[in-house]
Design a protein around this ligand. Structure first.
Ligand SMILES: [Zn+2]
Length: 418
């Protein structure tokens, strides 16, 4: 089978990132936006940030959504990258159960089998394997967050995952029984090297586990703010299977879950073929939900426009009120820029006191990200929850803290004031 081009250069991509199809359907244009993590320190004052195009296309043949513009890994993942999963309880809990189920399902030999996490960030997932008794764990990650993994006693290689780092890993640590990559596989612009790297270091009976945000959940829950420059692709299971097949990998298991707004987890192997029933169930459902039809995506963008208009009207009516925004995950930047009236009507963005994003300006705005403790000092009239996928958690926590009757705004999928 001829493998299509899976190495994407900076700039516009006019073909499907999996099958090369040139007849793509562009259904959403989010205009030009700064990078969602391009934060400027408040103490250094304002600086110009770069804006890049952000529009999304659909490949009918693969059931894939893709970003039409590639910014490039080096710009997106500087050494000073901010996101660290270790601070979020939800993420840690997920990693704990993920590690336990993988050890059990694949009969991992805790003393002998090598487990590698690609894009391991601060080592949170590998640390769970360690806590479960696995002795041989290796993390590969380009940014400085890997230093935190090292501190946890995890073996590390600081690099993007490519042929070179794969060769280094193999030489030093041998082949892996289990290779995981969570929230990385949608990001890389060099898919070919990434998958060839996996092929290089995986055992004959090894398992490659990919976990990512899931196309069906993005569409069903109108999560347009998961389309940011880092997310080059939004996968369906259909598309993941098609991609990996080019490289000789078979799907052996798959799961969907509601974690962080909706996830797909797919397990691949070079040799095993015994298919789990789950796989067919998920694939059938993708068709049943009309993910292969353009109409689905037209309706999706209509819903986004409606939500934007509803919120704009609400804010207009309440523009003299004290409105604070809560939480600033990367996706909040997309919401802030596309629902651009928010930039003028929000006082500041509140983040948890331990966040590394404190004392920065939100990308390309004069909105400050400061400690949520400030909301206690001067209670707002409205809290607009930018991390609206975590609305309930934020709502129940802060409802207890506020003394006056503060209202919470959930902007999507339909405007909700609570
Ligand atoms: Zn395609």
């Amino acid at each position: 089978m001829k493998i299509p081009n899976h190495t994407f250069k900076t700039g516009e991509v006019k073909f499907c990132q999996i099958c090369g199809n040139k007849k793509l359907f562009r259904f959403l244009d989010l205009d030009h936006q700064p990078l969602a993590d391009d934060l400027s320190p408040i103490k250094q004052g304002h600086r110009e940030v770069l804006y890049y195009p952000l529009s999304i296309s659909f490949c009918k043949k693969c059931i894939l959504l893709q970003n039409d513009y590639i910014v490039g890994d080096n710009k997106l993942y500087p050494k000073s990258y901010h996101y660290v999963p270790g601070i979020t309880k939800d993420v840690l809990k997920n990693f704990e159960s993920l590690s336990k189920s993988l050890i059990y399902n694949y009969k991992i030999n805790k003393d002998k089998d090598l487990i590698v996490d690609l894009g391991c960030n601060d080592g949170s997932l590998l640390n769970q394997f360690k806590l479960n008794g696995c002795k041989k764990v290796l993390g590969i990650e380009p940014t400085d967050t890997i230093k935190l993994a090292k501190k946890k006693g995890i073996k590390t290689i600081q690099s993007f995952f490519n042929k070179k780092s794969a060769a280094e890993a193999k030489k030093k640590y041998g082949r892996a029984k289990l290779i995981t990559t969570t929230n990385v596989f949608a990001h890389t612009n060099n898919l070919r090297e990434f998958i060839m790297g996996v092929k290089k270091i995986i055992n004959k009976n090894g398992v490659f586990v990919v976990e990512n945000h899931y196309l069906l959940d993005v569409i069903k829950k109108t999560q347009f703010d998961t389309f940011y420059h880092e997310h080059l692709r939004t996968y369906s299971l259909t598309s993941l299977i098609k991609l990996m097949k080019y490289y000789g990998f078979n799907i052996i298991d798959a799961y969907t879950s509601d974690r962080y707004g909706g996830n797909i987890q797919a397990h691949f192997s070079l040799t095993k073929t015994n298919k789990n029933l789950n796989i067919n169930k998920i694939l059938k459902n993708e068709k049943k939900q009309n993910l292969h039809r353009e109409k689905t995506y037209i309706n999706f963008s209509k819903k986004i426009e409606q939500a934007k208009e509803n919120l704009r009207k609400f804010i207009e009516k309440n523009k003299n009120k004290y409105i604070v925004a809560k939480a600033f995950p990367a996706r909040a930047s997309i919401l802030l820029h596309y629902f651009n009236f928010l930039k003028l009507n929000v006082e500041y963005i509140a983040e948890q006191p331990t966040s590394k994003k404190l004392n920065y300006y939100a990308p390309g705005t004069s909105l400050k990200i400061i400690s949520s403790e400030n909301m206690k000092k001067k209670e707002p009239d409205f809290v607009i929850v930018l991390a609206w996928h975590l609305f309930d958690t934020i709502y129940y926590k802060w409802k207890k803290i506020f003394k006056k009757k503060v209202k919470f705004i959930k902007p999507l999928p339909n405007l909700k004031i609570k």
